[in-house]
Design a protein around this ligand. Structure first.
Ligand SMILES: [Zn+2]
Length: 247
């Protein structure tokens, strides 16, 4: 089964490369996008990979400790702009449960199944204090939006087929239970790497993201991704948006 992959633009921000890629010198600008992806085939309803960050309205009005961006649409507007009807989405795969990947679940009325790795859920429920903000658990972090998925989570452990032509593989490193999504397309296999690999450069030069709980484990996950023999679509890579659709 072949799918098309549509990247959904959720905002962008200019960062310093030294703050984003471990051990990289400061002073070099890095444009970082926020994104999620929609997988489509002719027969079945679309699948959403990641559900994005919270609304800009919430960030600004509640002064949440997350980046406000001028060019960031809310998830539903972004989906509609890409020709996706949010009401058609019954299945979501979350690469991990960080605030910029696992919000908005309550806004998708038809959602039935949300695939998450067991290791990610277990860690998100009781993380190290320094990771509270990433999982929306701090006192000033607003709603813990990923918890809106309770009752719909399909908890997987390891490398698991989701449907014909779509598989998830466990790739810890950035977070304890990060997973990547392998997708068959007419152009061959693609892999949606979430934040395991947030930018192409991170993979090509094997430089872990500044958020990485264990670099050795991360390197092993990179080799697993390489072994999949697929083209990478990282979640924060601006170059991904040079095309409207893949496959
Ligand atoms: Zn992350």
């Amino acid at each position: 089964m072949n799918y098309t992959i549509t990247p959904i633009f959720l905002g962008s921000v200019d960062l310093d490369k030294g703050d984003s890629l471990k051990g990289t010198p400061h002073g070099v600008p890095l444009k970082v996008v926020y994104s999620c992806f929609v997988l489509r085939d002719e027969k079945r309803e679309p699948i959403l990979v990641d559900s994005g960050l919270m609304s800009q309205k919430d960030i600004r009005e509640q002064q949440l400790p997350y980046r406000a961006m001028d060019d960031a649409p809310d998830l539903l507007d972004a989906l509609r702009l890409a020709g996706v009807d949010p009401e058609e989405i019954k299945t979501c795969i979350l690469t991990h449960l960080h605030y910029d990947h696992a919000c908005n679940l309550r806004l998708l009325p038809s959602l039935e199944k949300i695939y998450v790795q067991q290791k990610e859920i277990l860690y998100a429920l009781a993380p190290e204090k320094e990771d509270y903000r990433l999982y929306m658990l701090g006192e000033n972090c607003g709603r813990i939006e990923w918890l809106d998925g309770v009752g719909k989570f399909v908890i997987v452990d390891g490398d698991v087929p989701i449907r014909e032509g779509i598989d998830v593989i466990l790739t810890p490193g950035h977070s304890r239970g990060s997973q990547c999504v392998l997708v068959d397309t007419a152009e061959g296999k693609y892999i949606l790497t979430g934040d395991t690999v947030a930018q192409w450069e991170s993979f090509e030069k094997r430089i872990p993201n500044s958020i990485s709980f264990d670099d050795e484990i991360w390197h092993a996950s990179c080799e697993k991704i390489a072994a999949a023999g697929a083209k990478l679509l990282p979640s924060h890579e601006v170059g991904v948006f040079e095309r409207k659709v893949y496959g």
